[in-house]
Design a protein around this ligand. Structure first.
Ligand code: SF4
Length: 172
């Protein structure tokens, strides 16, 4: 049993990803304006995951904050995320780094690596939580908290807007 820390992490993996994609999207999502089910892109991603990883279909949700696509147990615990393309690689990487950080800080699990699977291009990327990254993760968590507690950030048009579930809220 881990000693109780004074403050527990409360940020969701999705929020970490949205922080790197768009701060407006992060704010909408964090204020429970959830329209992702309407996004064609998201449903395509879910379909891809279903078709490619049916045999591994064991989605794990931890503390309602972390949603892991699947886990493989071995000498090292592998935390897998399945992604459609490398377009948002930074967001995907940081999301997995946060998962590893969360498992370490909240569950005492250190012997783990992240794996991003790109089935469409038959590639994978291994993500390790180096001690030097922990400070950066803590800064991102602080920054997310401050964005969520603040006013809606002004939208900035970016290429993914046209496929974003929140398009109408920003641009129509
Ligand atoms: S439409 Fe564009 S600016 Fe608006 S939330 Fe989506 S990505 Fe962000």
């Amino acid at each position: 049993m881990l000693p109780k820390t004074e403050k527990h992490l409360h940020i969701m993996g999705t929020q970490i990803s949205y922080y790197f994609v768009c701060k407006t999207k992060l704010w909408f999502f964090s204020h429970h304006i959830k329209m992702e089910q309407e996004s064609e892109l998201v449903s395509l991603g879910k379909q891809l995951h279903k078709e490619t990883y049916e045999r591994d279909k064991r989605d794990k949700t931890i503390d309602n904050l972390i949603s892991i696509d699947f886990i493989r147990k071995g000498d090292v615990l592998e935390i897998h995320e399945v992604k459609k393309s490398k377009k948002m690689e930074d967001a995907h990487e940081f999301q997995l780094l946060y998962y590893l950080y969360y498992l370490k800080k909240e569950k005492g699990i250190e012997n783990a690596v992240g794996v991003i699977d790109y089935p469409k291009i038959k590639k994978k990327k291994i993500i390790k939580l180096e001690p030097s990254m922990e400070l950066e993760i803590e800064e991102v968590v602080k920054s997310i908290t401050s964005i969520v507690e603040g006013e809606l950030p002004k939208p900035v048009k970016i290429p993914i807007c046209r496929k974003c579930a929140y398009y109408e809220l920003c641009w129509v």
